[in-house]
Write a protein that binds this ligand. Structure first.
Ligand code: ADP
Ligand code: MG
Length: 731
């Protein structure tokens, strides 16, 4: 019975011995950095000046590239990628499955005379029609229409992986509706740029464009490939559905920032080289809190590019881990009882003049600009907390949020005590009456002190879901496996909508004859008052905060299907339509897709748990129990009644205990199947997701409880699945 497990452990030992044959490039990273990317510098060498200019314009201004230029660019891409060994090309896109998708076509084509040649032109570059009828569309694209288009996104450069030229694209329906993560992200970045630029114009006429920056921190687990393959739950669901805690795990804090195990380091080096060749600026690598948990972080980039790079890194990690006989787990909670994985999204806004709008400036004017963007962001988070919550909701992330290792489901903002006090003082000084020149000067002087205040401000709150960290906000509740486009779209859209509102509010006061700087003061003061309940400096993991948040009227939506409903609230629809990021129909389609995704994830877990319980665990327990019964029977045959009673007592209890666990498991698996039958009859995807969440998911922990107890009782040699202590300690 335990054969597979023992074979896996043997393989683990040989896998661990095999390492060290590492091909050090002995080249400086700067020599090969970006060599697999068709970036604008490379493009300049391969296309005409005219074509090059049209791409730059498309990136800068979002203008269209005409067919003639596209032909030239395609020819350049083809020549460059063939030099790099490419034989195929693909439109690379991000459908709502959460993964990336690609369909490879060979360059090679046959001409009229039967001669082969390499073919790739502007038409193939700009648009394709993948037969993508199986991607989720939430009813927007009927399968019989089967038409979805991928369209080239020139703002993210093409790259070569292995033998394939990959062209980043968006994925839309025949009717133009978005079917992917990228389309709304790009729309939200455009909306943010427009709204933020208009507000910047109050302070600096040179600002013509604002972009968002994103620096993600990718946490992940590695486990040995052989052990993963012997665990159907990990292979099929990305997490362990059972497994008793190891006697030692993270209680000694000896893994965090510790020396990286050499085998893992080889994996990291390999990944870094590939990432650097693809122009992904990976910078930091280290051990995380849980055993076998690690993190990569790049230097931040423009958000659209950073999203692509994160998707690319997640895909690369999976491939490269296999080369090193590992499996990478991007699930938010692969192991019970040890920390799960998140992906902090560090976010800021930057002008074309190089100013970080979330960084205090050198004079009162630029500091007022900083305060304006800071306060508008806080207000946006306050107004659209539920939308942000929805943007990070998934079946897997729900294990981590609120589990005393990650922020709770309550969305709040941490600013640090100095900045919080500064906002309070600011509010106190601004009055509705016309301010005297003296009052204004004092207020401006105060604002001027912000940089000094922040310099000393080493405040860090690691429990907050949305924390200001000196020159950026860190959205800390994002899941490790998530596509960052989802939280980034929600955030950028909310802030864009808020900045539009700000301008309207300021202009309304100015139109009454109030000076503009004073109007800005008044509006900011009003916003601070309105958004105050969302500010929280204390321990977000505590029970008191949950109570306090409720008193303040903040929501605490723990359940995924319910959290997702915020995508189609009246408030969200109005926001997305006003900023032209998503239409009502697109939002409803997206909402249904995500609810269905949740249902399917829970359904798969329920099936795997049921199968493993009945096919692996129960038979093992029965077998061990039979051995005990035989043993007891033997004692009875050999010894007299008195002695037998003395000797067999414990074993009899054990036999009883095993029976009880087995019966509980069997009964609950049956009940879980019945609950599924009822839920499956529901047609409405939201009702179905809710039924899966409330009537099926609760079985997972209660079935697991009995399995984990059996793991402690049953003979180790019989136990079929690799144990936590075996999986969690890579050497
Ligand atoms: P920590 O763990 O202390 O948060 P890390 O170094 O792990 O720090 O990650 C910080 C991330 O924040 C990096 O990706 C970094 O590039 C990014 N970052 C730094 N400054 C900014 C900024 N102004 N805007 C967006 N991201 C930023
Ligand atoms: Mg961080």
């Amino acid at each position: 019975m335990g054969k597979l497990r023992f074979k896996a452990l043997e393989d683990l030992i040989s896998n661990s011995r095999e390492l060290l044959e590492f091909n050090f490039t002995k080249r400086k990273a700067s020599e090969y950095y970006g060599e697999n990317v068709f970036d604008v510098d490379t493009m300049q060498k391969y296309v005409s000046k005219e074509a090059y200019k049209s791409v730059l314009e498309a990136i800068e201004k979002g203008t269209k590239i005409d067919r003639k230029m596209a032909d030239q660019i395609a020819a350049g891409m083809k020549a460059w990628s063939i030099e790099r060994g490419a034989t195929h090309y693909t439109h690379w896109f991000q459908p709502l499955t959460g993964n990336t998708a690609e369909k490879h076509d060979a360059f090679v084509h046959i001409d009229k005379n039967g001669r082969p040649f390499e073919n790739f032109d502007g038409k193939l570059l700009v648009q394709q029609e993948p037969d993508a009828s199986s991607f989720p569309s939430g009813g927007i694209r009927n399968t019989f229409e089967a038409r979805g288009y991928t369209a080239w996104d020139p703002s993210s450069p093409a790259f070569v992986i292995d033998d394939t030229l990959c062209i980043p694209t968006i994925f839309v329906a025949y009717t133009g509706e978005a079917l992917d993560y990228k389309t709304p992200l790009i729309n939200s970045l455009t909306a943010l740029s427009k709204a933020a630029t208009e507000v910047c114009q109050y302070f600096d006429k040179d600002v013509t464009k604002v972009h968002a920056n994103l620096g993600w921190e990718q946490e992940y687990f590695l486990i040995d490939e052989s052990l993963c393959l012997a665990r159907p739950d990990i292979s099929l669901t990305g997490r362990t559905l059972m497994g008793h805690a190891s006697s030692k795990d993270q209680q000694l804090d000896d893994h965090y920032f510790g020396a990286i195990p050499i085998r893992v380091k080889r994996f990291m080096q390999d990944l870094e080289i590939e990432a650097h060749r693809l122009g992904i600026p990976l910078k930091t690598r280290h051990n995380e809190v849980a055993p076998n948990q690690f993190e990569f972080a790049p230097i931040y980039e423009e958000a659209n590019l950073a999203v692509d790079h994160n998707q690319l890194v997640m895909a690369l990690m999976k491939d490269i881990a296999k080369k090193h006989k590992f499996r990478v787990l991007l699930h938010e909670k692969p192991f019970k009882g040890v920390n799960g994985s998140g992906k902090h999204n560090n976010w800021s806004m930057e002008t074309n003049t190089g100013v970080n709008l979330l960084s205090p400036g050198k004079n009162p004017k630029s500091n007022l600009q900083f305060l304006t963007f800071l306060i508008n962001t806080v207000k946006a988070v306050y107004d659209h907390a539920d939308l942000l919550r929805a943007s990070i909701a998934s079946a897997s992330n729900s294990h981590r949020l609120g589990a005393n290792e990650a922020p709770p489901a309550i969305v709040s903002v941490f600013l640090g005590q100095y900045l919080t006090k500064m906002l309070e003082d600011f509010g106190g000084r601004v009055s509705e009456k016309k301010m005297t020149p003296n009052e204004k000067t004092e207020l401006k002087l105060d604002i001027g002190k912000i940089p000094e205040i922040l310099l000393d401000n080493t405040d860090r709150n690691r429990t907050s879901p949305f924390a200001f960290t000196g020159n950026r906000f860190e959205f800390r509740a994002v899941g490790s496996g998530a596509n960052c486009a989802s939280p980034m779209t929600a955030l950028c859209t909310a802030v864009a909508g808020q900045l539009e509102e700000f301008k309207i509010d300021v202009e309304a006061i100015v139109s009454k004859g109030v000076k503009r700087d004073e109007a800005i003061f008044q509006v900011l003061k009003k916003y601070i008052e309105i958004a105050k309940p969302v500010l929280f400096e204390g321990n977000n993991y505590s029970e008191e905060w949950a109570k306090e948040a409720e008193r303040r009227g903040l929501t605490n939506i723990k359940n995924v299907p319910e959290a997702l409903e915020a995508l189609v609230s009246e408030k969200s629809i109005a926001l997305f339509e006003k900023t032209k990021v998503l239409t009502n129909r697109e939002l409803h389609a997206r909402h249904h897709i995500l609810e269905e995704d949740y249902t399917m994830k829970i359904q798969i877990e329920a099936r795997v748990l049921g199968d493993l319980s009945i096919n692996h665990i129960v038979p093992t327990a029965v077998k061990y129990q039979s051995e005990l019964i035989n043993n007891v029977q033997g004692l009875k045959d050999i010894f007299g009644e008195e002695e037998y009673k003395q000797l067999a007592g414990n074993r009899l209890n054990l036999i009883r205990e095993i029976s009880e666990h087995i019966s509980s498991i069997k009964a609950q698996v049956n009940d879980m199947i019945e609950a599924r039958k009822i839920a499956n009859k529901l047609d409405n995807p939201v009702e179905k997701a809710k039924a899966y969440s409330s009537t099926i998911a609760p079985f997972f922990d209660s079935i697991r409880y009995h399995i984990d107890k059996l793991e402690l009782i049953v003979d180790d040699e019989m136990w079929p699945l690799p144990k936590y202590r075996e999986m969690l300690f890579l050497r």
